[in-house]
Design a protein around this ligand. Sequence first.
Ligand code: XCC
Ligand code: SF4
Length: 631
Amino acid sequence: MEANGLIYTHEELDAEYDKLQAIAEKKGASTWQMRVKQQTPHCKFGEDGVCCRICSMGPCRITKKAPRGICGCDAHGIVGRNYLKFTAGGSATHSDHGREIAHTLYCASPDGAYHVKDEAKLLSIAKRWGIETEGKDIYDVAHEVAFAGLSEYGKVFGYQNWIKDASPERQKTWEEQEIAPRAVDREVSHALHMTHMGCSSLPEALIRQSLRCGLADGWGGSMTGTQFSDVLFGTPMPIDTEANLGVIKKDYVNIIVHGHDPSLSEMIVEYAENKELVALAHEVGAKGINIAGVCCTSNEVAMRHGIPMAGNFLQQENIVLTGAIEAVVVDVQCIFPALGPLSKCFHTKFITTNDAARIPDSDFIRFEAETAAENAYKIVKEAVENFKNRDQEAVYIPDLKTKATAGYSCEAIIKQLDTVTNSQVDVTGTYQPLVDCITSGVLRGAVAMVGCNNPKVRSDRGHIDLMKKLLANDIVLVLSGCSAQAAARYGLMSKDAKAICGDGLKRVCTLADIPPVLHMGSCVDISRMMNLVCDVAVQWGIDTPQLPVVGCAPEWMSEKAVSIGNYVVATGIDTFLGVVPYVNGSEEVKELLTNGIRDWVGAAFTYETDMEKLGDLMIERIEEKRLALGI
Ligand code: XCC
Ligand code: SF4
């Protein structure tokens, strides 16, 4: 069943996923659907954020009868501290990803495993960072830029280099508000210092550092991850691919790449074409080697190589349940520990590769930039050799597949806009055509829809129903992370999806030859969206909070998502969440996040668990901003 230009309904997809659940039950395997039942209702103290266990006098939990912990900390201090710790976890994680990529760039060499693919981008970064390039070998420049990037993590004085790419207004705001990000590691450490027993319990201070720590991610670690990945693996350009479980092939060796760091997946993709390994695949009775992705790794290889997207976060177990997977190869983040025992119900090998993500019941094959080629060869070989252990009779691959176009980096968007410009003055290479579409009202605005899926929201429905509503209202969408994959699986990332758009957006899609939802990449690529909004604001001559643009994470779940939320808001973009962070236990913290911080950065959070209302609120906010601009 291929949704050729069609858009799947929830029922069509659920019917197939239910069949995989039945397989799990028959096998006695545990899935998240089952575990959610065991874990709910969730602990109310945890949900409200009023449980503190940062010292061994506790744990303390706040109730009406016990309004303070043993040290005297109240709910506001505890909730604020927990929120900052959550942010620090996310910022550390994204930033460490960026650090790995910087290290990979440092290892690049003409005859090694990694090369410089986008020289122009590298030279442009070097220039912006004041690194001399004249007469130098491109690899020497790469190493200097990589070293400078790595040094940003422990930078002794000053702010992150990348913030110079933000709009002048933003930089000014961050400095004035004392949230301009300093060294990445410093912001994370400082956050953990502040949340130590007996340090900060003032909500204002804790939330301010949350914004700063988030900015160290978005305009620090994540930006490094994105920009350096482009230098190494190429800046994404529109590319056709496919999505959903139907991309798994019955007659092929199927290798799933899952996680976030493209250093690994790029090499796996390369070795899937290795002649010896392909010959070996034929020898064991397979037609070849098929690679498909899960989570953000999938986004990385989809937008650079057109590797199909098998599924997002909450699909990871379904993929194994097909019984057709020889190996799930993972690097870091968003990997269910459940994959260990689940793989054991099948012939599937669960291969972990990174010191940061060691998981029971997995085979650990350490993957390092220095030895990437031999590591990748070994991993792919193990998968191929595992094909003979597959029980072909028991395989069930749902016949679900969509077409999708991925790879809309900022550079790609500008290029696409160049094709539609009919202005009298030359605006090639700028966002002016986009600004014109918005000011004329052909497009009402834009929403950056990002983030995970979460069983608290009926999986993916939050994303999809909101997207449909926004598209019908002539609001263009830029997507990343698991939100992007949800869109792809339903068919919204195909150019034919313009059929469900309002007339204005439909016209823009036809003229620019784009799908109405633009795939901008993985979670670290939300940094691309920050570049986009800053550059559009500069082009327009306004500050980012004035743009009729909002951010939305309807089903977010991870610490990284909170870190992202903080830097998106701090970049001036109102952000709408469909899952409430653990802050309900403090009116003061909640007030700050949903309103107070607007005085600092010009934007704030909106929490609304009713998706219909969440959509209305976003449209309302966009229209308010238009009105304020007089357009
Ligand atoms: Fe993870 Fe990035 Fe969330 Fe998906 S969206 S569940 S964080 S893979 Ni970023
Ligand atoms: Fe309890 Fe205070 Fe220790 Fe937290 S820091 S566990 S509130 S005594």
